[in-house]
Design a protein around this ligand. Structure first.
Ligand code: NAD
Ligand code: LMR
Length: 342
């Protein structure tokens, strides 16, 4: 796993590694929604991490069998199952990273925002439990609509008096994974070398791949930029339509989420060279939450990387201006949802 995620991320940063610590299984990770389409393959990938000592699997149902199955893999981490709200608090005690893929996925014809009514309540109650039981943990929010569920989580944590903006992350890694894949295919590049920053948010036009900042430097025609940008923005819908009612991306999402977990654990373990794109509280634009590359440390977000937003092409600048009203409305919707219930 270290070679497939960590080294790839390092290579994509174009830096040599200063991280020569022997990986040791010492971190506790919890997955909330662990019996679901994302939760199961994600649990498998995290079970393979040499940095994890304990893996807590929580769901409202069906988690016992998943945990029994996974526990037979001869990798270091211990797997523990937790079912239902009465076991939620125990699933969170002493946890370093909480990953939240709990909630319903889209069906064809739906937007991510159509999931708001169900998933907002699920996320709110889960984050309340995180605030009560492991307020210092990194929180990785996968449940959609991410553009709103992250502001919901922030408001809940604020109400509980434990909000640390450096430790709350909307997982947008899948957008980067997709952008890297599609660009490498289109330009015939070696996949491992390609790194495209994706900024904004995680829905439709709010997903903005900055193709001009692709590393290694690549030139694109205007048609290629248009085609790639639209494909990256619609990639989630591409999967939803192909699955034809059976849900949305689960396997590529688990891969992307596992990469983000592994990066977080390396940062917690003292690696000073960890960068990922994520949707976080931000002052890079006039929006309170914005996805960009961030530098991670053991305290969470150590720095927001502003350089990607400098020297944008006219196409990217227009797309950035165009995404702001939608992203702003999604953020406000999340904040209002929590404040109305206070
Ligand atoms: P799924 O329906 O297969 O699994 C969801 C799981 O959540 C189920 O096991 C369900 O029992 C569980 N769950 C429901 N309510 C819960 C609660 N209150 N507490 C704990 N668990 C609960 O769905 P999935 O395909 O795994 O997708 C999950 C979410 O992830 C969806 O909202 C989807 O839109 C989102 N998603 C996000 C990204 C991203 O890039 N951020 C990518 C793919 C999917
Ligand atoms: C994705 O990008 O695949 C996810 O956000 C799921 C979806 O609804 O598209």
């Amino acid at each position: 796993l270290r070679s497939s995620f960590a080294l790839r991320a390092q290579k994509q940063q174009g830096r040599s590694s200063h991280y020569h610590l022997q990986p040791q299984a010492s971190f506790k990770v919890a997955i909330l929604g662990a019996a679901g389409g994302i939760g199961q393959p994600l649990a498998l990938l995290i079970k393979m991490s040499p940095l994890v000592s304990t893996l807590h699997l929580y769901d409202i149902a069906n988690v016992k069998g998943v945990a029994a199955d996974l526990s037979h893999c001869n990798t270091p981490s211990q797997v523990v199952d937790f079912t239902g709200t009465s076991e939620l608090a125990s699933s969170l005690k002493g946890v370093d990273v909480v990953v939240i893929p709990a909630g319903v996925p889209r069906k064809p014809g739906m937007t991510r925002d159509d999931l708001f009514n169900i998933n907002a309540n699920i996320v709110k109650s889960l984050v309340e439990a995180v605030a009560d039981n492991c307020p210092e943990a990194f929180i990785h929010m996968i449940s959609n609509p991410v553009n709103s569920t992250v502001p919901i989580a922030a408001e809940v944590l604020k109400q509980k008096g434990v909000y640390d903006p450096k430790k709350l992350f909307g997982v947008t890694t899948l957008d980067v994974v997709r952008a890297n894949t599609f660009v490498a295919q289109k330009k015939n590049l070696k996949l491992i070398d390609v790194d495209v920053p994706v900024v904004g948010g995680h829905a439709g036009i709010t997903i903005l791949p900055l193709l001009s900042k692709t590393r290694p430097s690549v030139s694109f025609t205007d048609e290629e930029i248009q085609e790639l940008t639209v494909r990256i923005q619609n990639a989630g819908t591409e999967v939803v339509e192909a699955k034809a009612g059976a849900g949305s991306a689960t396997l590529s999402m688990a891969y992307a989420a596992a990469r983000f977990v592994e990066s977080s654990l390396r940062a917690l373990d003292g690696d000073g060279d960890v960068y990922e794109c994520s949707y976080v509280q931000s002052d890079l634009t006039d929006l309170p939450f914005f996805a960009s590359r961030v530098k991670l440390s053991n305290k969470g977000v150590e720095a927001l990387i502003s350089s990607d937003l400098q020297g944008l092409t006219e196409y990217e600048q227009k797309a950035l201006d165009a995404l702001k009203p939608e992203l702003k409305a999604s953020i406000e919707k999340g904040v209002t949802f929590v404040q109305k219930q206070a």
